[in-house]
Design a protein around this ligand. Sequence first.
Ligand code: NAD
Length: 374
Amino acid sequence: MSTPAFYEATAAVTRARGAPFVLEPVRLRAPRGNEVLVRIVATGMCHTDMIVRDQFYPVPLPAVLGHEGAGVVAAVGPRVERLAIGDHVVLTYGACGHCPSCGGGHAAYCDAFYARNFGGAGPHGDCAIEDAHGQPVHDHFFAQSSFATYALSREGSAIKVPREAPLELLGPLGCGIQTGAGAVINALAVRPGSSFAALGAGAVGLSAVLAARAAGAATIVAVDVVPARLALARALGATHTVDSRAGDLAEAVRQATGGGADYALESTGRPEVLRQGVAALGRLGTLGVVGASPLGTAADFDVNDLLIAGKRIQGICEGDSVPQRFIPDLVRLYLQGRFPFDKLVKFYPFEQINQAAADSEKGLTLKPVLRIGR
Ligand code: NAD
């Protein structure tokens, strides 16, 4: 059977800074080399999709965003070795696979990370998507551009998952959930019995709460400004919650943890919360930073507080995870009931993508997931 040269699809296109997503007919070229074409079943929406729509990170437009796709392999390029048509996959970030970071098991710090995930084109500068007028549309967003019925990815970014797991739920494991959980498990390596504070209880922060619980942290503090998120944090395992509008965030965390947190994770993207996060740490504590701010954003902290107390600040990308190992680990924990990230998810039809974005930005929905196909 011959492979078609193009696949007809529907994609949510971002045509201008801050503009609504518009569903359009598009076509994708067939997979080459180690590429895989994935029929998308569902895609999560992450805060990062919105900040790229708003051009905090200047991905060239028009573009197809979406970077938490889950689906079924529909076609494979001639150099694909591990995946076959029909496999269930979760799509995750792209990396070159050859630089020292990739070779050292830290592909989230790949030399080519920005180009591979935010470059708006493939590694050779080409776009695989064209619109109804035959014009190229920027793509390869996080090696997928999965706000679409089909996405072109690569073998290294398509993680095979077991068929018994609910595929339509799994897409967020490719970014937001992996980021929060991986920050706790891989990067901070939270110890059993220790104290952990999630500064920001959105999808990333609550994934970190779930992971801190799974890792055996004894004190888990969730900080946010949305009461419903704090209530959910308690239900998911937080031992304390702090509404940061009510007073001094750092003091509240120090009180809850008996002197300062062993670990904290900043996921609000706000420099003032980062500063308070350093102050909230105990001696030899570590603050992980995952919240994204506009390029060039600076934050300050008390240098002597850092120095005298031996505190650390650690930037963390994509949970410093090796997705081929970490995503199946999280699926296993979910299937055992020990990582109930489904509690963060609300499903929307693909056509309601702008409603899903608005609900997320208003704090009404933690993790929107768009149902795109079957
Ligand atoms: P989100 O918007 O759901 O979560 C942010 C939370 O911070 C919200 O619940 C919000 O109410 C809370 N918040 C805002 N101001 C606050 C304040 N002053 N004090 C306390 N809480 C406050 O977003 P998300 O999907 O959880 O993503 C979190 C961040 O992580 C985003 O900036 C996103 O772009 C980034 N991100 C980074 C990576 C990475 O690899 N580093 C990966 C995915 C997402």
